[in-house]
Design a protein around this ligand. Structure first.
Ligand SMILES: N[C@@H](CCC(=O)N[C@@H](CS)C(=O)NCC(=O)O)C(=O)O
Length: 217
């Protein structure tokens, strides 16, 4: 039995999408970002920082989405260049890049959505993080000028690592500024496995607005 600890619209979407691409069934256990349950000892025993996702598989629980993605590709021998393959370094780079970008999205989620009261927000930090996110989106957009997928050899689990980012980043950046990234998002979200994951995982539980403008000082 494989069990994914999940919150709709969060990084666990990366894992759910990859499980669907690999044809692996899983049991889903839903959690909440706001009810304090991620700090419960039973959850922290699986994910010590109290973060989603965690994956129960092969008699243990694995935390950190990048580690889970690599574990699953190695276990199944699919959707990743093997060690020694010329594309291996690039695969690992994109796994790390996706998490760098996700951390900026997370900071913006905190500023725009979770931090209360509004007076506690820092407009300079919101501007800075929006600019830092734009740098990562522009880098992806440049890369995707001549790539349909992150790796030249085709779809891989590195694309799944962007599975939470490609939806969330356009809450803070205008789609029109990133035509290649927008087209990539549309290609990836049209994949049957992505659609199955979205249907199973439930609709995003984080955003109440389509777009969040940086407030004025
Ligand atoms: N590097 C971790 C980050 C996990 C993470 O921060 N997940 C968010 C949801 S997308 C979370 O659980 N946040 C709860 C919190 O920050 O308390 C990973 O990739 O698994």
């Amino acid at each position: 039995m494989i069990r994914l600890h999940h919150i709709p619209g969060s990084r666990s979407m990366r894992v759910l999408w990859l499980l669907e691409e690999l044809g692996l069934d899983c049991d889903l256990q839903n959690w909440s970002l706001t009810d304090g349950s991620l700090r419960r000892p039973d959850f922290v025993a699986m994910s010590p920082a109290g973060r989603i996702p965690a994956l129960e598989i092969d008699g243990r629980a694995i935390f950190e989405s990048g580690a889970i993605i690599q574990y699953l590709t190695e276990r199944q021998g699919q959707l990743a260049p093997a060690p020694g393959d010329p594309e291996r370094a690039e695969f690992l780079e994109w796994i790390g890049f996706a998490e760098t970008q996700a951390n900026i999205i997370q900071a913006l989620n905190i500023h725009h959505i979770f931090l209360r009261p509004e007076a506690a927000r820092s407009v300079p930090l919101m501007k800075l993080d929006t600019k830092r996110l734009a740098v990562t989106a522009a880098a992806l957009d440049r890369h995707l000028t001549d790539h349909d997928t992150l790796l030249a050899s085709g779809f891989s689990a590195a694309d799944c690592m962007l599975g939470f980012n490609i939806q969330a980043l356009f809450r803070f950046l205008p789609e029109g500024d990133y035509p290649n990234l927008t087209a990539y998002r549309d290609r990836m979200t049209a994949r049957p496995a992505y659609r199955r994951a979205e249907e199973r995982g439930g609709s995003d539980a984080i955003y109440a607005q389509d777009f969040y403008e940086v407030p004025h000082d």
